[in-house]
Design a protein around this ligand. Sequence first.
Ligand SMILES: CC(C)(COP(=O)(O)OP(=O)(O)OC[C@H]1O[C@@H](n2cnc3c(N)ncnc32)[C@H](O)[C@@H]1OP(=O)(O)O)[C@@H](O)C(=O)NCCC(=O)NCCS
Length: 159
Amino acid sequence: MHNTSLSGISADALNALLDDAFGTDRYTRTAYLLRKGMAAIDHLSFGILDEGELMASIQCWPVRVGKADLILVGPVAVATNRQNEGLGTQLMQLMLHAATPQDAPMVMIGDPEYYGRFGFSSNDTSGWTLPGPWEPRRLLLRNSHMVALPTHGMLGPAD
Ligand SMILES: CC(C)(COP(=O)(O)OP(=O)(O)OC[C@H]1O[C@@H](n2cnc3c(N)ncnc32)[C@H](O)[C@@H]1OP(=O)(O)O)[C@@H](O)C(=O)NCCC(=O)NCCS
């Protein structure tokens, strides 16, 4: 198995993995609306290949809350037949190690029971709104450099 930048992976391979992990109706998810029209951030987006086949991926996107920059983390996808082998953990660690102090705080929509171990929590996101439905407990922030962020505001693409 080896890690690679997602920029070298075909769109077909990535879409097949995402369909497997999230289903083909994934495009209606609020996270897709949040980063609509944005290109993924190259240095924070990775794949894990096994014998040339894409088994897991992570993508990150530029978004904003009010006027403050944030990085939207996700989708984090692991092929259904390869889950619980540590690939999701490996992806999160790769991405967090690649992040620089200049990178904005990170936001994601995900299960706190899983992403809490990587420093994400919903503690400071209760005043934020999204362009689609969301569960407040699953709107997570990781602000490791304690950047000042608006307590209230709408999240959306950083265009
Ligand atoms: C969620 C996901 C990224 C985790 O990656 P993974 O490679 O399967 O998980 P890892 O091997 O890194 O970690 C396994 C551990 O995380 C736990 N875990 C996995 N998904 C979890 C979740 N959604 N909530 C809570 N715990 C979870 C497992 O129970 C296991 O716990 P243990 O270490 O105590 O045994 C992956 O399963 C996935 O792509 N799922 C499909 C998409 C999905 O359901 N996403 C929902 C979250 S956004």
